[in-house]
Write a protein of this length. Structure first.
Length: 125
C-alpha cells in the first residue's frame, strides 16, 4: 500500500506517536488551565486576570481534538502530512489536502469556543 492509501486508511495527517504526544500535552495543558483558574478563584484575583485561563484551555482542547481526529492543524494549513516520525511531506492529493484543511479549521474553532466557555465560567463566578 502506498503512502496515500495508508493516510486515507488512518484518517489523519499525523501518526500514532504524534497523536499520543498531542493528547499528553493537551491533557497537561487542561490540568494546568483548570488549576490556574481554581487558584485565581480561590484567591479572589481580579476577573481580568482570570482571562489568562483561555490560553492553556484552548491549547489543551486543540491538542486533545487533534489527537482524537489525527489531524495536525499546522501541517494541514501548510498542506503537509507526517507518515513516519522523520518524514514530513507535501500531501499529493488536493482533495485530501482540502479535507484536512477544513477539518483543522473546525478543530481550531471548536477549541476556541470551548476555551471561551470555560473562561467565561471562571470569569463570571
Amino acid at each position: 500500500m502506498d503512502a496515500l492509501g495508508r493516510c486515507r486508511e488512518a484518517h489523519g495527517n499525523i501518526g500514532r506517536k504524534a497523536r499520543h504526544w498531542r493528547a499528553a500535552l493537551g491533557l497537561l495543558s487542561l490540568i494546568f488551565g483548570a488549576a490556574l483558574g481554581t487558584v485565581l478563584l480561590l484567591f479572589d484575583i481580579d476577573r481580568w486576570w482570570r482571562l489568562l485561563v483561555f490560553f492553556p484551555i484552548q491549547f489543551g482542547c486543540l491538542g486533545i481534538l487533534q489527537a482524537l481526529h489525527g489531524v495536525c492543524a499546522v501541517y494541514a494549513a501548510m498542506g503537509l502530512w507526517q507518515i513516519t516520525r522523520a518524514s514530513v511531506q507535501k500531501i499529493p492529493d488536493p482533495c485530501l489536502e482540502n479535507e484536512f484543511k477544513s477539518l483543522a479549521k473546525r478543530l481550531v474553532l471548536w477549541s476556541c469556543l470551548i476555551a471561551m466557555i470555560v473562561t467565561a465560567v471562571f470569569t463570571c463566578v
